[in-house]
Design a protein around this ligand. Structure first.
Ligand SMILES: Cc1cc2nc3c(=O)[nH]c(=O)nc-3n(C[C@H](O)[C@H](O)[C@H](O)COP(=O)(O)OP(=O)(O)OC[C@H]3O[C@@H](n4cnc5c(N)ncnc54)[C@H](O)[C@@H]3O)c2cc1C
Length: 431
């Protein structure tokens, strides 16, 4: 019953994604043709989805150029399983060939270095200037420096976050592989908001499981800057206290004060000291550099670190930046920073832009959904799910119905559903 209700609620199946598609498409005015040009910056979960759906729903009158420096995108989702050898990075790699061949999106493998909101154009790292009618920014996240990181350069280089899948994921995987049953893995979690609220706790679980299975033991210490577990409270409490009892130690209210990479010691602001073989320090987050360093007032949300947006269209709340939309992790909304919600935000944004190009009205009751599956061991997973609806009074997206729900524990059935959910989400984004 629980599983059926979950699948019905989250739309995490192929059926769910297509239902979301058809309900959005139905909101489009059927008559007028959409005509206009859009530059999309960032080919991750949010940017790729919006580029695809602008063409899929908008038709050939919508000219779409995606600007992304990398030819290959490595999924962060499932990258914790690369750390424990259950996935390879190449199994998590995606490219833009279907976007080009099937949807006619133009792709420029450069980064955007500046934005001219008055002239409505962006300049790429190769000097090419692209004009736009609408600009969609989806550059993901960037990190603040770690507080007081000391030690030799070589030792400092060992302290990685692996919070953007790629070279650091491989580095951390190798460090974990070299651990023995006597070693400690220290994971530091930054203050919220950070990308993927359950992600760090998931990482602690899969590393603990790996150490137990392959090394016969080991320790995982979680130093959380937050006052408590940020997602799936019930499931992670069970995972820490029962499933991974004796391996995981969870320490709340433990922001980092300093890290000494020579002695491999982390000091927390309350003066506690932890030494480990591996330190996986995830720094505080902010919106992608393109937002925070733009110089045009994009970073106007939540301490000036994120982009404030109108969630009916994801257009900037800075009125001088009309026509610029920000989606995915860079935007500041009441929704989590996650790949599933980035995909959903992209569809709301695409729908709004297409309707604007048609001279129609924007949907006033957008609905988005987010779900997150969490491997707890090599064969079991748990999940959380939430559906958001626009609340006109607060002008924010608020959880509907039962709010944020989580599975009743971690099961192998959930693990199977997790694989299907991931394949559907990635297919809906990249193909
Ligand atoms: C370990 C881990 C596990 C996760 N698990 C889940 C999960 O189970 N479920 C879930 O929903 N989410 C999960 N997430 C979160 C998810 O990966 C992110 O929320 C999602 O990728 C955000 O999408 P985005 O498009 O905003 O950013 P990204 O996917 O990071 O894409 C940003 C893109 O912008 C490009 N870019 C940056 N600057 C420029 C520029 N100036 N010009 C051009 N391009 C630029 C980058 O190259 C990048 O390709 C996880 C994250 C991590 C780290």
């Amino acid at each position: 019953m629980e599983r059926r209700r979950f699948l019905q609620n989250i739309g995490a199946t192929a059926v769910g994604f297509s239902l979301l598609k058809s309900s959005m498409a139905a909101q489009l005015s059927a008559s007028a043709e959409a005509v206009g040009s859009v530059v999309v910056v960032g080919g991750g979960m949010a940017g790729t989805t919006v580029a695809k759906y602008l063409r899929f729903w908008g038709g050939t009158g919508v000219d779409v150029t995606l600007v992304e420096p990398n030819a290959t995108y490595y999924s962060n989702i499932f990258s914790n399983m690369v750390l424990t050898g259950e996935r390879t990075l190449s199994q998590l790699s995606y490219n833009y060939s279907t976007l080009k061949s099937k949807y006619g999106v133009k792709v420029q493998n450069y980064s955007v270095s500046s934005i001219d909101p008055v002239g409505k154009k962006v300049t790429l790292s190769n000097g090419v200037v692209l004009p736009y009618d609408r600009l969609v920014l989806a550059p993901g996240i960037d990190f603040e420096p770690l507080p007081s990181l000391t030690g030799t350069t070589a030792n400092q280089a060992k302290i990685v976050h692996a919070w953007k899948a790629g070279a650091q994921t491989t580095s951390l995987q190798n460090q974990i592989k070299a651990m023995t049953s006597k070693d400690t893995f220290i994971l530091t979690i930054p203050p919220a908001p950070y990308r993927c609220p359950p992600g760090p706790y998931e990482r602690a679980c899969v590393v603990a499981d790996y150490l137990k299975r392959t090394k016969g033991g080991g320790k995982v210490v979680i130093l959380d800057a937050n006052p408590g577990i940020q997602a799936e409270l019930q499931n992670f409490t069970t995972a820490f206290n029962e499933t991974h009892k004796g391996i995981i130690t969870y320490v709340p209210n433990a922001p980092i004060a300093s890290i000494n990479a020579d002695t491999m010691t982390v000091k927390t602001s309350s003066g506690l000291s932890y030494t480990g073989k591996v330190i996986n320090a995830i720094p505080s987050h902010k919106a992608g550099k393109l937002i925070t360093d733009s110089g045009i007032g994009l970073a106007n949300g939540l301490n000036g670190k994120w982009a404030g947006v109108n969630v009916l269209s994801y257009e900037s709340t800075n009125l001088d930046l009309a026509g610029i939309h920000i989606i995915g992790d860079s935007s500041s909304t009441t929704q989590p920073k996650a790949g599933h919600i980035a995909n959903a935000e992209a569809k709301v944004c695409a729908d709004a832009i297409i309707n604007t190009f048609k001279g129609g009205t924007i949907n006033q009751v957008p609905i988005t959904n987010s779900s997150c599956f969490t491997p707890i061991t090599k064969t079991t997973a748990s999940w959380l799910s939430v559906v958001y609806r626009y609340d006109p009074a607060s002008k924010t997206m608020l959880p509907t119905g039962n709010g944020i729900t989580e599975s009743n524990g971690a099961t192998s059935e959930n693990y199977e559903d997790m694989l299907k959910w991931f394949n559907n989400l990635m297919a809906d984004t990249f193909s």
